[in-house]
Design a protein around this ligand. Structure first.
Ligand code: HEC
Ligand code: HEC
Ligand code: HEC
Ligand code: HEC
Length: 456
């Protein structure tokens, strides 16, 4: 009996602490739904691992708060194929508050349309500096609160200044009024703005914790730099304000979750993991409790996201066949010849090529059931984004794989009338980095890579 009471008391105490002060934060997925697998060292994150890890953390700390810094949708320049799946993934993660960030703003019309059509739960989006905009108010709340906590959200950049108020005396006055009812609560600000704005938010002393969205340019190629140098995540020193990792590569642990002794999750859940620790170039922020990176090795057995993945892969296939039907017409007037045409006149170059991985790039995708995902096909075949290039394995097998003409430009005319210079030659380091970029080929270095396929 006494023992039970003690446990109850202890449980209550733990609950009080965690309810007020333990949180995890992630965000800035920027459309990154799953890791591509092009290189193990940038085989980072993906919503599936995030889901698995967060589910485990919740099992240990049932009352932790989960904050999402937004910027999760694809860039405006990209197709919106992924958006509904990112939304359904959000529904599984079920964060307590999501910052309605720049990418959500850019896709506002689509977003509200989808949410209306799918009757999906409207995620707990917050934006606390919205001007008087009735459309937005249907989707976005000024703040979100729960037992003993309240979260505000701030987003600002010049291009959205007719939608949102900048940080300044007027906004701070509005916030102070709203916060009057929450003085004893754990007060959190989810923030996306300039350093000057951040300073003002800090100096206002209205919030106990400020968590920043990632400041990387939206179009920056996702790499693993932050993992090798965690200090990049520190946005302000006094008091410390951290940014969430870019691309859903991991999450921040904050408040009491940070103070606690953290056991390896493998120990808690009995799943064997062999975490390959990356060497860190600086060690002043190496506290492993601050940020949890999602390695392939810590990939979880949690299957909550399986359905999201499967539906996305299917939708990608449908889209692939739709565009394929249109692209079929363009095959008739293709400027490409295909690698087998070159063999007779360029036997040496062809021998090197056929032994290289470029010649097997489509098989690589087939192994992963991704030969009909437009995103992957773009770099693993010839001319997939140009008229007359790869359509599908059925319709244009001659253009599967990375080929001579990915580097040497379309060469049909040249093969029929072979004169030197009778083709636009693009072959240089630049042509490589269109595919061998920081995310998909982080170890790329022209000299050593060229040596492996040299055929001059
Ligand atoms: C921007 C271009 C690009 C895109 C998009 C891309 N890849 Fe790749 N992929 C590469 C490059 C370049 C390599 C070779 C990396 C290296 O060895 O440095 C590669 C390698 C791979 C490998 C490893 C092959 C091996 O030999 O080990 C796999 C698997 C792979 N890609 C799958 C995918 C999948 C699946 C997708 C779509 C989700 C995808 N790729 C999208 C460029 C791309
Ligand atoms: C009918 C024979 C023939 C075919 C087919 C042919 N070539 Fe050539 N190619 C030549 C000749 C001849 C030259 C000039 C060689 C020289 O000047 O030393 C040449 C030169 C080149 C050059 C170097 C000069 C330049 O134009 O940039 C490249 C690169 C090249 N070919 C690529 C290709 C590719 C890729 C294919 C297949 C799509 C191809 N060729 C098909 C005969 C052919
Ligand atoms: C159209 C996209 C594309 C371009 C352009 C491209 N590559 Fe690749 N490269 C790939 C892909 C995809 C792979 C992985 C193929 C696989 O394993 O399935 C790859 C693999 C390689 C590999 C093999 C890596 C290994 O593990 O053995 C080398 C070497 C390489 N590329 C060098 C180059 C060089 C040098 C250039 C520029 C002159 C270049 N590539 C241009 C897409 C490209
Ligand atoms: C991954 C990119 C890539 C692929 C694939 C590739 N090449 Fe090349 N190729 C180059 C580069 C880079 C050079 C060197 C150009 C230079 O140094 O001026 C080159 C050189 C050549 C040359 C010599 C050009 C000269 O000016 O002497 C020929 C011919 C050639 N390639 C033909 C081919 C043929 C045929 C294929 C396919 C069977 C092929 N290449 C596949 C990138 C590629």
């Amino acid at each position: 009996m006494i023992l039970r009471m003690l446990i109850l008391l202890l449980g209550l105490k733990a609950d009080l602490i965690f309810a007020a002060h333990g949180y995890l934060a992630y965000g800035d997925l920027r459309g990154h739904i799953e890791p591509c697998g092009c290189d193990p060292s940038t085989d980072l994150g993906g919503i599936k691992r995030l889901g698995g890890m967060i589910a485990r953390e919740r099992a240990v700390h049932p009352s932790l708060l989960l904050f999402d810094l937004g910027n999760n949708l694809p860039l405006a320049s990209e197709s919106n194929l992924k958006t509904p799946f990112l939304l359904s993934a959000q529904a599984v993660l079920a964060p307590d508050a999501i910052l309605f960030n720049n990418l959500e703003m850019q896709r506002f019309d689509q977003l509200s349309l989808w949410l209306r059509q799918s009757a999906a739960m409207v995620p707990p989006y917050i934006l606390s500096n919205l001007r008087d905009k009735p459309d937005f108010k249907k989707l976005v709340r000024p703040f979100v609160s729960g037992k003993g906590w309240v979260a505000f959200g701030y987003v600002y950049n010049e291009s959205i200044r007719d939608v949102v108020l900048p940080l300044g005396p007027e906004l701070l006055r509005q916030w102070r009024d709203k916060l009057l009812n929450h003085t004893s609560d754990f007060r959190v600000l989810l923030f996306s703005g300039s350093d000057v704005d951040l300073r003002q938010a800090i100096e206002s002393k209205l919030f106990e914790v400020i968590i920043s969205s990632n400041t990387a340019k939206p179009d920056r190629v996702l790499g693993s730099e932050e993992r090798s140098q965690e200090s990049r995540l520190l946005r302000s020193n006094l008091p410390p304000v951290y940014m969430v990792p870019l691309g859903g590569q991991g999450f921040l642990r904050g408040g009491n979750l940070q103070l606690e002794e953290v056991k390896p999750l493998s120990e808690l859940f009995g799943t064997k993991t062999t975490v390959v620790q990356e060497r860190r170039s600086d060690n002043w922020l190496k506290d492993p409790k601050l940020v949890t990176w999602l390695d392939p090795a810590t990939s979880s057995p949690n299957s909550s996201m399986d359905q999201v993945y499967e539906s996305y892969t299917k939708a990608a296939q449908v889209s692939f066949h739709e565009t394929g039907a249109k692209r079929l017409q363009q095959l008739k007037e293709t400027p490409f010849a295909g690698a087998q045409v070159c063999v007779s006149c360029h036997p040496d170059a062809s021998r090197v090529y056929l032994n290289s991985k470029h010649a097997k790039a489509m098989a690589t995708l087939q192994l992963k059931s991704k030969s009909e995902d437009p995103e992957c096909v773009a770099c693993h075949s010839l001319g997939a984004t140009e008229p007359g290039g790869f359509v599908s394995l059925d319709k244009s097998p001659q253009f599967a794989n990375v080929q001579c003409e990915n580097c040497h430009g379309p060469r049909l005319a040249h093969s029929r009338d072979p004169r030197p210079g009778s083709g636009p030659d693009k072959s240089s380091a630049n042509v490589c980095t269109s595919c061998h970029n920081g995310q998909h080929s982080p170890k790329f270095e022209f000299k050593s890579y060229w040596q492996r396929i040299s055929h001059k």
